[in-house]
Ligand binder design. Structure first.
Ligand code: ZN
Ligand code: ZN
Ligand code: ZN
Length: 558
């Protein structure tokens, strides 16, 4: 049996934190029965009189924000660490030790506009933020007793951030905290290792640098088949080999060893702003929402710290399958080790394939006036259902399939949704395991709406369901309702629809088997890629353009 990272469970090593993560790619296909989140509003006002971060408004501590025009930094009114701390009491037992910590907390407001996040700011505006990060890093790290400066952004209510006004925090303190301390120790160990020389840049003293080396390896992977999401002249964003969060990103400079943001050249800063924009735009575009995440900058702890550090940013976003389904780190992850379903390569492919223009940005002149926008939106909304839907008609809820008999699987889908074939898998709610039923089921022709399945020796159960998906890219189109399977010869089989004698029949045998090949693989039709009808965007856009023309005429007449 050959190892396939997209279907065989395996553990991956995270060399930064010196820990493993369990990857269980076969589980990505199970249906979601857990909690769903509310979608965060995208129609925020430019100025919110109730927001304590908007220009001119009073903060909770009573002070008033100036009418700032770019960025604005102030000391957190409710700081987690304070400028002075009394010595810790002598421990009554070695198991009950503590140490004092002191420092300061700052808040950096990215922009006066209440409704704009990093993803929607211009490159010049992001460059102002980078300059502000550098300024605060320099200022805080020169203060007496400060040994570490942590810049981080918590974005979205899902991450516990109650105020959508674009901002980040900076906590500066008298100790290097646990995670960066672990990473710095890993980098120091790596510098002492004798790895084979590569073309990667070197760290201080000509010693190997783990992150120079890692970025170098990732850059060598073709961008169509690796973990690189986006790159530019100086920076690369990857879903790291060891990612814990579904769409986690590691962003780092790859051309030379750069310990901290204060070491960036003007050109590297501009490239930094550009890639920050690209990463955050792709995040928002992934599920067409204001994508929540926690972002942190890891670098040399302070200006005078050890150059072993290699500047990098972590983005830890919780969303998993849609704007409303998030990942929780619970159970096995809290008690054993981190675990993920989607492979980092699949996540990178999804992010890489997204548009670099924000979904809320106007892409045509249609959205320049409210009237035209309204007409275009209505047309787009009316047209949407005609193209993008996928409904499973049978098996229906509580259908009963019997071993030794043939049953119909049927669906209805948009004819111009761009899905010319898909795969069908069978799974169970109560136990893990997948049966690969059929690959490349043709669906370009709207008359092909069913296949028949003959069951043989499939274990009886009342918790079966079918998945309709693109298994190569992990894209789910639809799932069927739950149905039952009975032993051969049982009576009581009931079906919501009879079999279709003209449709192909696939034989499915035995229990679920996650490593077996598909029972049937259909040949890809020669004309599948060459659509005879215009694709969805063409038709949709044509109607929208037509709508705009009509509404221009309408506006002129009035
Ligand atoms: Zn605000
Ligand atoms: Zn390096
Ligand atoms: Zn790090």
């Amino acid at each position: 049996m050959d190892f396939d990272p997209t279907s065989h469970p395996h553990r991956r090593f995270n060399p930064l934190l010196n820990e493993y993560i369990l990857v269980s790619p076969h589980r990505a296909k199970r249906p979601w029965l857990g909690q769903t989140e509310t979608i965060q509003a995208t129609n925020l006002p430019e100025y919110d009189p109730e927001c304590y971060l908007c220009p001119g408004n009073a903060r909770m501590g009573g002070q008033k924000n100036p009418v700032y025009e770019k960025t604005y930094t102030f000391e957190n009114d409710f700081a987690a660490v304070l400028p002075t701390a009394p010595p810790a009491p002598i421990a009554s037992h070695p198991l009950l030790t503590s140490k004092p910590v002191h420092g300061g907390c700052d808040v950096i407001l990215f922009h006066p506009r209440h409704d704009l996040t990093l993803s929607r700011l211009g490159l010049k505006e992001i460059e102002h933020i980078v300059e502000e990060w550098i300024a605060i890093y320099k200022k805080r790290s020169q203060q007496e007793g400060i040994e570490y400066v942590q810049i981080f952004e918590n974005k979205g209510a899902m991450m516990g951030c109650s105020n959508p006004h674009p901002h980040c925090q900076v906590w500066s303190q008298s100790d290097v905290p646990t995670l960066p301390a672990t990473e710095l120790a890993s980098l120091a160990r790596y510098a002492q290792s004798d790895i084979a020389p590569s073309g990667a840049p070197k760290g201080p003293g000509g010693k190997p640098c783990m992150l120079c080396e890692y970025a170098h390896i990732e850059m060598q992977n073709a961008e169509t088949d690796g973990r690189v999401v986006v790159r530019n002249e100086h920076w690369v964003a990857v879903v790291p080999w060891w990612a814990t969060w579904p769409f986690e990103i590691l962003l780092l400079p790859f051309k030379r060893h750069i310990p901290a943001i204060s070491d960036l050249s003007e050109e590297e800063k501009a490239a930094f702003a550009e890639i920050l924009s690209q990463v955050t735009i792709r995040y928002d575009n992934l599920f067409s929402c204001m994508f929540a995440y926690s972002m942190g900058i890891h670098q040399r702890p302070t200006l005078s710290g050890d150059d072993i550090a290699h500047l990098h940013l972590h983005f830890a976003p919780p969303l998993l399958r849609s704007a409303t389904v998030r990942k929780f780190l619970v159970g096995y992850e809290l008690m054993a080790e981190a675990q993920r379903d989607l492979t980092p390569e699949q996540a990178a492919a999804r992010l890489r394939g997204l548009d670099g223009v924000h979904f809320m940005e106007p892409t045509s002149s249609c959205v320049q006036t409210p009237m035209l926008f309204a007409v275009c939106s209505i047309l787009a909304a009316v047209l949407q259902p005609a193209f993008g839907y996928f409904v499973v008609n049978s098996p229906a809820l509580h259908d009963v399939w019997v071993n030794g008999e043939t049953h119909q699987v049927s669906w209805t889908k948009g004819a111009r949704d761009g899905i010319t074939s898909f795969d069908i898998e069978m799974s169970r709610l109560g136990s893990s395991g997948l049966t690969f039923v059929a690959k490349n089921v043709p669906s370009a022709d709207s008359s092909q709406r069913s296949i028949n399945i003959l069951l043989q020796d499939v274990p009886p159960g009342d918790d079966y369901f079918l998945l309709f998906l693109n298994s190569t890219h992990g894209l789910m189109h639809a799932t069927s309702q739950r149905f039952s399977v009975l032993a051969a010869g049982s009576s009581g089989g009931n079906m919501s629809s009879a079999t279709n004698p003209k449709a192909a029949t696939v034989t499915v045998s035995g229990p679920p088997h996650p490593t077996q090949a598909f029972a049937t693989t259909f040949a890809i039709a020669a004309n599948a890629a060459r659509r005879t009808e215009p694709a969805l965007p063409v038709i949709g856009t044509s109607f929208v353009v037509l709508g705009c023309v009509l509404s221009v005429a309408w506006t002129l007449v009035w």
